[in-house]
Design a protein around this ligand. Structure first.
Ligand SMILES: Nc1nc2c(ncn2[C@@H]2O[C@H](COP(=O)(O)OP(=O)(O)OP(=O)(O)O)[C@@H](O)[C@H]2O)c(=O)[nH]1
Length: 379
């Protein structure tokens, strides 16, 4: 490549800082399943210092139970009434209207005529998906394709607001951060004790009951201050992780804690363990129980995507395809589960809607593990 054609690329990590300098509103995207673990306080401080508006966007809200979302909302409000938090599902395009309205409102009250918006966040939190959901385009580049000087593109959000399509990646600064965001697997961690303590502290500051439940009745623990190496030792004793000479194997214990955190057993909410149950019944109750607190019940594709993430449903085997319906809030959800083809599922749902006198306004299909699922939502 000759010099004339060379594109001067800005390293990915510098883009986040450039975005903060250039934009009026910064969307700090975090993973809604683990908002504290995917926040970067240093960058938040910097945004505050620069007197820029930050909106904390908790993405992947479709994967988080409603009661946990509510708890986060009140925690953030309590901690800092000035920090705006918005829950979004970029893949389901939910919450994006609220986010746009917040951006507009801020620019309006600050009399900023031509507003610039930028997106920053750790890898894999869904920055590009959010840009696509906000702009309705598929132009967002991966954060790693750095190049703010030449490659940058501003996309119109409204007539007067533009958004930078290159998100700023916050590079994890050390091994502990990589562990917290799940970028290093527990097996590969060299020094697991510190991150294990950080994980327990993070969860404990959200709700000490999570830590208490994990430690069990034999370990007494009252507050976050007591989460230290001593506690890891007690947990190791409980698991009977003894090394040579009967000394507690701290590394093994810490790795185990990290394994449970990364696997969802130890987290803000429990990810259900796999079961290989064979479903004999023709009742869809085992599916609809997962929809009780679901926020986007009127969107069939959102329902499918939510259900496909539930391991309990991915692991069941049905003896015969199931069809059934349930009224949830104002909607009636018709579910076909276990059909051989997507088309067969659709047909079953449409037939049931007709028989029951339901007018479908949203339909969508997908898979829960090996089971085909088709959803119709109507009234
Ligand atoms: N369920 C769910 N998955 C999402 C959502 N947003 C993004 N994802 C998934 O999360 C993964 C990462 O999304 P990206 O948009 O590539 O994340 P990113 O932050 O741009 O990632 P980098 O390019 O690595 O910095 C992809 O598999 C997305 O499909 C969401 O709202 N819900």
């Amino acid at each position: 490549m000759n010099n004339k054609n060379k594109i001067r690329r800005v390293p990915a990590k510098k883009i986040a800082h450039k975005i903060i300098n250039e934009c009026d509103v910064i969307l700090m995207v975090v993973d809604g399943r683990n908002p504290e673990g995917t926040r970067n306080m240093q960058l938040e401080e910097r945004i505050k210092k620069e007197d820029k508006k930050m909106i904390l966007v908790l993405n992947k809200a479709d994967l988080v139970p409603k009661h946990v979302i509510e708890k986060w909302s009140s925690k953030f409000k309590q901690e800092n009434p000035n920090t705006k938090t918005v829950f979004v599902s970029s893949t389901n395009k939910k919450g994006t209207k609220i986010l746009r309205d917040d951006i507009k409102y801020y620019l309006q009250i600050n009399k900023i005529n031509e507003g610039k918006v930028g997106v920053v966040g750790y890898p894999n939190v869904g920055k590009s998906s959010l840009i696509n959901a906000l702009t309705g385009k598929t132009s967002a580049l991966s954060g790693l394709t750095a190049g703010l000087t030449k490659g940058e593109q501003w996309i119109k959000l409204t007539k007067k607001i533009k958004l930078l399509d290159t998100p700023g990646v916050i590079e994890p600064k050390d091994e502990d951060e990589l562990v917290m965001i799940g970028a290093i697997r527990y097996e590969k961690i060299e020094n697991p004790v510190d991150p294990a303590i950080k994980i327990l502290k993070l969860l404990g500051s959200f709700d000490m009951d999570i830590v208490r439940k994990y430690c069990g009745d034999t370990i007494e623990i009252n507050d976050v201050e007591e989460i230290n190496e001593k506690l890891i030792e007690k947990i190791g004793k409980k698991f009977n992780f003894l090394g040579k000479n009967g000394i507690i194997d701290m590394k093994r214990t810490a790795k185990y804690i990290i394994k449970d955190y990364q696997g969802g057993k130890l987290n803000y909410y429990e990810v259900k363990k796999k079961s290989r149950e064979q479903i004999r019944s023709t009742n869809i109750g085992f599916i609809t129980k997962h929809l009780k607190d679901f926020l986007f019940i009127d969107d069939a594709n959102a329902v499918v995507s939510h259900l496909s993430d539930i391991s309990e449903l991915s692991d069941v085997k049905v003896r015969k395809p199931i069809i059934g319906s349930k009224k949830i809030d104002d909607a009636t959800v018709i579910i076909s589960f276990g059909e051989k083809t997507a088309n067969a599922g659709r047909k079953k749902v449409e037939e049931k809607a007709k028989t029951d006198g339901i007018t479908l306004y949203s339909q969508g299909g997908g898979r829960c593990g090996k089971n085909r699922i088709f959803i119709g939502v109507g009234e």
